[in-house]
Design a protein around this ligand. Structure first.
Ligand SMILES: Nc1ncnc2c1ncn2[C@@H]1O[C@H](COP(=O)(O)OP(=O)(O)OP(=O)(O)O)[C@@H](O)[C@H]1O
Ligand SMILES: [Mg+2]
Length: 449
């Protein structure tokens, strides 16, 4: 169970909160000192903090001081500030100081549960992100916390120091090239070149010279001796992407290079020794190509000393939000946007989308949403989820959720159509401005007011 610290001097409210938040391992404190001691001892990820603490419970100064101390001690703690009904300004002050959210009494078990559980999930995502950052910084650059990604990172570490020929299998956009680069980066060849060649994108008649290079005069147009990709990768790593598209006649030539570690440039006479590590990738079923005799069996065995399967994103749900947050931060920095997080509807869309284009699709969606987003939160609308015809997740079976979604979409569309004019937006929606504002607040719709 997750540890939750409740700081409140009112025993009645303590009890009520403890009862409402029965899913957590609750620790109680009623003063600044006992709260700080509990943070030290239990390191809770989430704290609820009553701002009116003794000695003077009518004023928020002790509560705010406690907040400050908690955040100094454990800056990643999500502190939910609890205030009296009429104490909005102190609540806002607390948010400015770094509180995660505020909640106005009286306590409603459902609402406080939603706020607390969101705080816990955010704390977890941020923690994963921090762990990941260290991973990104020091080695593979492969992000994710699913079991399969953990395994992948482990394989990369194991394979990197060897010269074993590796085949990477996976759908488009799953991270085959990222993995190949990671192997190179972790290996002792990292200061030598990493050269990638996509066998599918180069016309068949050019692929041979691209790979092996040519001597001056080897064919019309060969004005000067040119190195091929294999030679360019000397000492480093050569990534043969879409190896299944390698023409049959070239497969034999490639095999010879793999076995003998020598090449001959087109039109050349001498053998050139080349030391490169080979990593191949494909999205095709090479075994059935072998059976159909479109892929050489001997080459197949030569390149599959080890095979790594990279699973599609839909099979590793845990990675979606971590990657989404990673890309959000990356692009917010790159494009200098003040975008901080995903709104609830966006998180919902991210979790339920099937990601046929895998991580590349996720990356593109987050990138364009960061550019399109007008506020500090990305909405499902910004991510383009509402335009999809096949967005199964739009059809929630809970009628209240259906209504909320429909109203959210209508408001966002009207807002976009009127270019952010609230009077026109409310007119278009057939509601009053106050109703519009309250809906925006209720659904936490991310728009700039
Ligand atoms: N685990 C990961 N962590 C971070 N970024 C990733 C990860 N996997 C993929 N990406 C990013 O997603 C995009 C697609 O990855 P990559 O090019 O490696 O996929 P691929 O499997 O080679 O796709 P294709 O078959 O279409 O060539 C890249 O921009 C890459 O940086
Ligand atoms: Mg690729």
């Amino acid at each position: 169970m997750e540890k939750l610290l409740i700081v409140d001097d009112d025993l009645g409210i303590q009890k009520q909160l403890k009862w409402s938040l029965a899913d957590y391992d609750v620790v109680l404190a009623d003063t600044r000192e006992s709260a700080i001691a509990a943070v030290r001892r239990h390191e809770p990820n989430v704290v609820t903090l009553d701002l009116g603490l003794p000695p003077d419970a009518t004023n928020a100064s002790e509560g705010l001081a406690t907040l400050k101390q908690i955040l100094e001690l454990a800056p990643h703690t999500k502190v939910i500030v609890i205030t009296g009904n009429d104490d909005r300004s102190n609540a806002l002050k607390a948010i400015e100081m770094g509180a995660y959210d505020f909640y106005q009494k009286p306590v409603d078990a459902d609402v406080i549960n939603v706020i607390v559980s969101r705080a816990f999930s955010l704390a977890k995502i941020e923690k994963d992100n921090r762990n990941m950052k260290s991973v990104v910084g020091c080695d593979t650059g492969i992000i994710g916390s699913s079991e399969s990604i953990d395994k992948l990172r482990l394989m990369v570490q194991r394979i990197a120091p060897t010269l074993i020929t590796t085949l990477l299998l996976g759908e488009s956009g799953t991270g085959k090239e990222v993995t190949a680069k990671a192997i190179h980066k972790v290996s002792d060849r990292s200061d030598k070149p990493f050269i990638a060649i996509n066998c599918a994108s180069i016309p068949e008649n050019l692929l041979e010279s691209e790979l092996f290079g040519f001597e001056k005069g080897a064919f019309t147009g060969a004005h000067k001796t040119t190195l091929g990709k294999i030679e360019c990768a000397q000492g480093g790593t050569l990534f043969l992407d879409e190896i299944g598209d390698m023409p049959y006649h070239l497969q034999a030539k490639l095999l010879r290079f793999l076995q003998e570690k020598v090449i001959e440039r087109l039109g050349g006479r001498k053998e050139i020794a080349v030391d490169v590590r080979i990593i191949c990738a494909t999205n095709q079923d090479l075994e059935s190509m072998v059976a159909q005799k479109t892929f050489r069996e001997d080459l197949f065995y030569r390149i599959t000393e080890i095979t790594i399967n990279i699973p599609p994103l839909r099979d590793r749900d845990e990675d979606v939000l971590i990657l989404a947050n990673f890309f959000l931060q990356q692009y917010a920095g790159e494009y200098k946007r003040n975008v901080k997080s995903f709104a609830d509807d966006a998180l919902y869309g991210l979790r339920h989308h099937k990601w046929p284009g895998n991580i590349r699709e996720l990356q593109n969606k987050v990138k364009s949403s960061v550019i399109m987003c007008t506020g500090s939160q990305i909405s499902a609308f910004d991510l383009g989820f509402f335009d999809k015809e096949n967005a199964e997740y739009e059809l929630s079976l809970n009628l209240r959720a259906v209504r909320e979604q429909a109203e959210t979409i209508a408001i966002q569309k009207a807002y976009a159509l009127t270019e952010g004019n609230m009077s026109k937006t409310s007119e278009l929606l057939g509601i009053t401005r106050p109703t519009l504002y309250s809906l925006i607040e209720k659904y936490k719709i991310a728009i700039n007011i």
